[in-house]
Design a protein around this ligand. Structure first.
Ligand code: SAM
Ligand code: SF4
Length: 482
């Protein structure tokens, strides 16, 4: 059987469905119905959002269609407040590791697409993975997302081997403690293998929820051309007990208002089917230019910076329990503007060329990259700025290692108890970073963040635990967590 026929049998499960959970017409009808909502309507949605409950599509439509600057500002203020109440001032840090840019698909917007001959193709060997990971560890990374094209070279066996390789790489006092995966949708049997190897989040972006646009972007005859195989990728993961799943849309392919509704319908579908377990995180990348990829330089539905802010704030209010990931695709000034609206995870020090950590040392590798990065600052620079802006950088990986995933994580995230786990762990992992990797300047700024945050811990037991653990870290112990 040829590679492109790999999932033909599996597709049947979805081909026979009368419909999927994205109803394009109904989404547009809801958006039309809520055109120009009154201030009272907007404020009543904000009142509901304040209770930290997931919003309904018709409520999201009101926020999307609101054009009134006064209530838009109220929405931003609430998004900022909810983020602080649910997640604290923490920002979780990670960096991607690109394993392979070989791909049999032909997504119009991606530099890795099969037809692009301007890119040098490569899959890292296991030894090369070790070398890349060593550099990441030496820079202070603890969390990664492994990124793969879809090709015979990146079979699930290879993906599992690469995950093991990442976890087995140790360096000084450091290691990667959580490897998330961003790869093509997989079958249940394949996902079972990923579960066994101990991946963190399983991430698949639908790219666009709009059926017709999806068809235009992903040619028929490619595996990715099958909309529903992708739409139900997270279902299959949850079916086999991989219960930290992530969703996302690539903004610029279709109208952002529709895509936001698509993301919400996806979250609702998962919650309803899997006992309240919605997406662990949501990503909302904007298309970036990519070598040999004219479409990416001129996407039809460019999202302005102003609309991008709305996207983040609306997601924060509509799906309060989900982590929101903002990547280094965005320029530093955009990141500064958008993080306060509800972002909980960012990457920094990222290289997105295959082999990029060894070969680019801060510069880019355009002939091996998927797209161009907007923020090429070092991890140390971004950590320092994060502290200066009053946030707490975190490299925490405790929840998933303690089994607080899926339903358990949802309970924790939904009930704000995150503070009891996340704040202490953020401070302890920041301390590790400062002790082992930070520049003198960052260390000074970061220590101030730790001192003031410890002072602010309300629970005396937690405060005492953190103070003692910080002292143990100073003495050389590592990986202390709640
Ligand atoms: N090949 C797998 C897939 O398509 O799901 C996973 C890896 S793919 C490289 C990861 C994500 O990169 C895609 O889901 C897409 O959203 C994003 N992406 C592709 N081209 C992009 C571009 N030009 N700018 C920004 N993001 C892009
Ligand atoms: Fe391949 Fe993923 Fe790029 Fe599409 S987005 S061409 S599937 S790497």
């Amino acid at each position: 059987m040829g590679f492109l026929q790999k999932y033909q049998k599996d597709f049947e499960e979805y081909d026979c469905l009368e419909q999927d959970f994205i109803d394009d017409e109904s989404i547009w009808a809801q958006l039309k119905k809520k055109e120009n909502p009154s201030r009272a309507e907007v404020r009543s949605v904000l009142d509901k959002a304040e209770k930290k409950v997931r919003l309904e599509p018709e409520e999201m439509a009101i926020l999307i269609q609101n054009q009134d600057p006064e209530t838009i500002n109220e929405m931003y203020a609430l998004a900022n407040r909810l983020k602080r109440e649910i997640y604290g001032d923490r920002i979780v840090f990670f960096a991607p590791l690109y394993i392979s840019n070989k791909c049999a698909n032909n997504c119009k917007y991606c530099g890795f697409r099969h037809e692009n001959h301007q890119i040098e193709r490569r899959t890292l060997t296991l030894d090369e993975i070790t070398e890349e990971v060593q550099i990441m560890i030496d820079e202070g990374q603890k969390r990664t997302v492994l990124v793969y094209g879809e090709s015979p070279e990146t079979s699930v066996d290879f993906i599992c081997a690469s995950v093991r390789q990442v976890y087995n790489t140790k360096r000084g006092k450091g290691e990667i403690r959580r490897a998330n995966i961003n790869c093509a949708p997989l079958s249940r049997a394949e996902l079972q293998q990923l579960k066994e190897v101990g991946i963190g989040t399983f991430q698949v972006f639908q790219e666009t929820y709009h059926h017709e646009t999806y068809r235009e972007m992903h040619p028929a005859g490619t595996i990715k051309g099958h909309y529903r195989w992708r739409l139900y990728a997270q279902d299959r993961a949850l079916d086999v007990g991989l219960d930290d799943v992530a969703i996302g849309a690539l903004f610029g392919l279709y109208d952002w208002r529709f895509e936001l509704m698509g993301l919400l319908y996806h979250a609702i579908h998962l919650e309803e089917k899997y006992n309240g377990v919605g997406p662990h995180t949501i990503s909302f990348p904007r298309i970036e230019p990519a070598i040999g990829t004219p479409f990416a330089s001129k996407p039809k539905y460019v999202v302005s910076d102003e609309d991008f802010k709305k996207i983040v704030a609306i997601l924060r209010l509509a799906v309060p329990y989900a982590g929101l990931i903002l990547t280094a695709r965005e320029k530093p000034e955009v990141r500064r503007a958008v993080v306060p609206l509800g972002v909980s995870q960012i990457d920094a020090g990222s290289r997105i060329g295959v082999g990029g950590y060894r070969e680019s040392s801060g510069n880019m590798l355009p002939d091996k990259e998927q797209f161009q990065l907007g923020d090429v600052r070092t991890l140390d620079d971004v950590i320092r700025e994060t502290c200066e802006l009053g946030n707490i950088p975190s490299f925490c990986t405790a929840c998933y290692r303690a089994g607080r995933t899926g339903e358990h994580f949802m309970e924790v995230a939904k009930s704000s108890f995150v503070h009891n786990f996340c704040m202490p762990n953020a401070l302890l992992t920041l301390k590790e970073y400062l002790l082992d990797y930070a520049s003198t300047e960052t260390k000074a700024v970061g220590e101030k963040t730790i001192v003031s945050s410890v002072q602010g811990l309300a629970d005396p037991k937690i405060k005492q635990f953190v103070q003692e653990a910080l002292a143990r870290l100073e003495e050389g112990e590592r990986d202390i967590r709640v």
